[in-house]
Every structure is written in C-alpha cells, then in structure tokens.
Design a protein around this ligand. Structure first.
Ligand code: ASP
Length: 348
C-alpha cells in the first residue's frame, strides 16, 4: 500500500552488526556479535512507539571494521527494494566505520525522500549503562518523523548521543565517550532533549525526482597523508600504486604541503600520467584554500583539485562513487568540487 495512505508508520531496521549487538565471549573475554533478537529483548519499549517495525539482520553480523564497498552497495539495494514499503530506515552499525557507510549511502541513494538513520552504541545493548537504548529509540522516532505526510529528514544521517548529523559531514572522533561523533563543518540537523528539535533550515529539501539507487563504486583510490619527514620512497610508492586512479592528499591546515622540489615533481608527474589528486585538510574543521599560502600555491598550479571542507570519509566515498561512473576528467573535477548531497560547503 502507498505509504502516504497508510496510518501506521512502518520502519525497517537493518541490523549490520557492531558493538550495539555484541556480548562478551565467555572463553576469550572479547566482544563478539550476536543476533537481533537480543536487541529487541533488551529494548521492549520499542513496541510502545506504535510503529510497525521489521528487521533485516545481517547473518553473521559484522564488526564494522570489516565493512566493504560491496556491502554499501548491498545496503543501498536493500533500501531501494524496500523503499515503497517503509516510511523510514534505521541502520544499526558499528561506530568505527559508520561515517564511511553514511557517506557512501548518501551518494548511492540519489533523490532520497525518506530518512535513513544510522546508529549504534559505545556499550553493548545488554550492559546496564548502555547508550544503545536511547540511540535506537530516538533514531526510530527520527526515521518516523513526518510533516504533512512527508519525511522531516530526507537524508542519510547519523544519530548518536542526542545529536543528529548529516551522514557525509560526520566523523567518529572519540573511542570512549558516548558522544562519539561530531560534524565540524555543518551544524547538527537535530538535537534530542525533552523533545527532538529539528534545525529545519539545515536539513535537505525533498527531491523532486524519484529515488535513484546507484550500484557501483570503484575502490582504486589511495591516500597520501603528509607528515614532516615523509620520504620520497613512500610518496612514490603511493602515487605509483598499481591501478590507482585517484589519491586523496591529506594536507596541513588550509591545504598546505611541503614545497620540496622532489615532492612537487612527483605529484606533477602523477597528474600528467592521469592520476587525480584531491587535497583535503588533516584538520577536522575548516576547508582547503589552495593558493592562500605559498605552500599550497604550487599544488594548485600543477593541477591538484580542492576537496574544500570534505571529511576524509566523504572525500573517499565520493571518489569511489564518481570514478565508477566513468566521467570525463573535466566533469569529474566539476562534480568533485560541487556539492552533490550537501557534503561540502560551496563557495567556502
Ligand atoms: N568495533 C565496533 C564496530 O565498529 C565498534 C562499535 O560498534 O562501536 O563494529
């Protein structure tokens, strides 16, 4: 039945794995994944939300450190195939690579008109002090939130510790705090206190075209992270990675790197060979501004592209997404430097 004419809200939970559903292995003492049944048993309140909730569980559940682009494509395909049946989607996911998955899904799901909310927890669901209960219940409420029959948050987001972030702006920054994520270059889309306060002006508008699910990603991407003392062999090895089509250059501050001639020549030669090099900053906040300092002017001259204020996670998944579409180099650059899903601040 068409979701607009139905009264009850239907949410699909996709349980991929992660700490949220892990228990301590009695033998080794390490955390190991369990099934979804325990999650439902531990949060009986879910029933009181009054939603029709169905669960698609990965078997076996996955520690998110084992996440792969093929699984992002699979997740997007699941959402695509269930899109008409449900009003919203909650993906339970390990926090370690949640920001990568959220970024990838934002690109794979073009013209998204329904919420896709990723959440998880720092403590397993069965622990007394677990953060899973609040994260899951509020994520479900956000996935169900509608106004005038339309989704309030038609975006791929991360909900964690009372904050809702745009997925492709988020980063896991803390391995211990319940507040594990932040989004330095974009405000939270909502904050949960005694009520959930949505920041409507920050949330994406509803699309005017139907959902398009993309099914391809190209992982021929490498990363070159600058550090004082980086040596020539390392740089040349990374730039010469067999099959590599694009390199993310993680630079200092507003996009700056060494001006040593051997370094600039190595980059210039790689660009001449056809490699794409995208400059993003190692800082979690702020943007690349090529040419602002002498230490980035040469990068600009030899044809390094600006990643503006993209997070590493967004830059990586955006490249995988665009490289798979076989654009001309000129168009690829234009798309890379333009906001496709609100992932970068244009003119910033
Ligand atoms: N290692 C876990 C994972 O990412 C951590 C977590 O769930 O927070 O799957």
């Amino acid at each position: 039945m068409n979701s607009r004419r139905r009264k009850t809200t239907r949410i699909l939970i996709i349980y991929t794995g992660g700490t949220v559903g892990m228990v301590v292995d009695t033998g080794s003492g390490a955390l190991k994944p369990i099934g979804f049944r325990e999650i439902r048993d531990n949060i009986p309140e879910i029933v009181r939300l009054g939603f029709e909730i169905e669960v698609h569980a990965f078997n076996p559940p996955l520690d998110s450190s084992n996440m792969q682009p093929a699984i992002w494509v699979e997740l997007a395909a699941i959402i695509g195939s269930k899109y008409e049946t449900y009003d919203g989607f909650v993906i339970l996911h390990g926090s370690d690579t949640m920001a990568f998955t959220a970024s990838a899904l934002s690109f794979l799901l073009e013209n998204l008109a329904k919420p896709v909310i990723l959440t998880g927890s720092q403590l397993p669901i069965g622990e007394i002090r677990t953060d899973a209960r609040e994260n899951i219940i509020t994520a479900l409420e956000i996935a169900a939130a509608r106004k005038g029959g339309k989704a309030l948050v038609p975006e791929v987001c991360i909900y964690f510790d009372y904050q809702l972030f745009r997925g492709n702006r988020s980063k896991k920054y803390n391995a211990e705090k319940f507040e594990a994520f932040y989004s330095m270059n974009y405000p939270p889309l909502a904050e949960a206190g005694i009520s959930i306060k949505y920041r409507r002006e920050a949330i994406a508008r509803l699309p005017d075209a139907p959902l398009k699910v993309h099914r391809q990603l190209d992982n021929q991407v490498a990363v070159l992270k600058m550090f004082p003392g980086i040596n020539r062999h390392t740089v040349e090895a990374i730039l010469g990675t067999p099959g590599c089509r694009a390199v993310i250059l993680e630079t200092f501050g507003s996009g700056n790197a060494s001006t040593e001639p051997w370094f600039i020549s190595a980059l210039a030669a790689a660009i001449t060979r056809g490699l794409v090099i995208v400059d993003i900053t190692q800082c979690d906040g702020g943007a690349v501004e090529l040419g602002r300092y002498e230490t980035s002017a040469q990068l600009q001259q030899i044809g390094v592209w600006s990643g503006h204020d993209l997070t590493f996670e967004a830059a990586l998944t955006k490249l995988m997404f665009l490289l798979a579409q076989k654009h001309s180099r000129k168009r690829l650059r234009m798309l890379m430097e333009t906001s496709l899903r609100g992932e970068l601040t244009e003119g910033g």
